[in-house]
Structures are given as C-alpha cells and as structure tokens.
Write a protein that binds this ligand. Structure first.
Ligand SMILES: [Zn+2]
Length: 117
C-alpha cells in the first residue's frame, strides 16, 4: 500500500547522470559546457569535467612524498547545471517520461527528442 506523502515536501528528482553533457548556468564557470563525472545524490551535487576547478594544497605524506598542488573538480549544486540537448544544441529543460517497462527517460521540452547519452 502506498502511504500518503501529503505532508512531505516533494523531493526534486535528479535527472542527471554520469557522462551527461551539461551547461553551467551559474557561478564562475557560467556558460561553459562539460561532462558529468559524478553525481552526488545525497547532497544534490554533480562534478563536471574541467568545471569548478579548485586547487588543493597537499602536504607531503607517505603516498606522495612531494606534496604540492592538486587541481580537482569541486562538485556544484545540480540546479546550477542544465542538460544539453544534442538536437537543439543548447541547454534545455527536460521532462521525465516513464516508459512501459518502468524505465524513465528524459525528453527535451523544446524539441521532444529523447535526451540521452
Ligand atoms: Zn531538444
């Protein structure tokens, strides 16, 4: 039986997946396009290739005797990215469509094409 979820806030579902092509719509890398490296469902963040690069200063340790600066992609909130549609060649809003076999697919609201990597 389904319990009523009336009192719960609707949870915003994440429609982003690894290897998706996304456009950054906010922050210092606004306007750039990158590929999703990882989705962090718990804190609703994604890390995108070459986007939001931060430099970590590492002290020398057993693994890395030199130490030094490591550049890494810092995760950004997924509301700051938008999925790219290959047909529209731009960042688009998508809607989730449930297929018969319970699979969910993402449809571009602009052209109606399935947006999938
Ligand atoms: Zn489209």
């Amino acid at each position: 039986m389904n319990r009523s979820s009336r009192n719960k806030r609707p949870l915003k579902k994440c429609y982003l997946k690894k290897d998706d092509k996304v456009k950054i719509i906010a922050g210092k890398d606004k306007g750039k396009i990158g590929k999703i490296l990882k989705v962090f469902k718990k804190n609703q963040k994604v890390s995108v290739e070459k986007i939001n690069i931060v430099k970590c200063h590492n002290k020398p340790n057993a693994k890395n005797s030199q130490g030094g600066i490591i550049e890494t992609e810092a995760p950004l909130h997924w509301s700051n990215v938008m999925l790219m549609c290959n047909k529209c060649m731009s960042a688009v809003r998508v809607k989730i469509q449930q297929l018969e076999d319970d699979e969910k697919t993402r449809i571009c609201k602009k052209c109606g094409e399935i947006v999938d990597a």
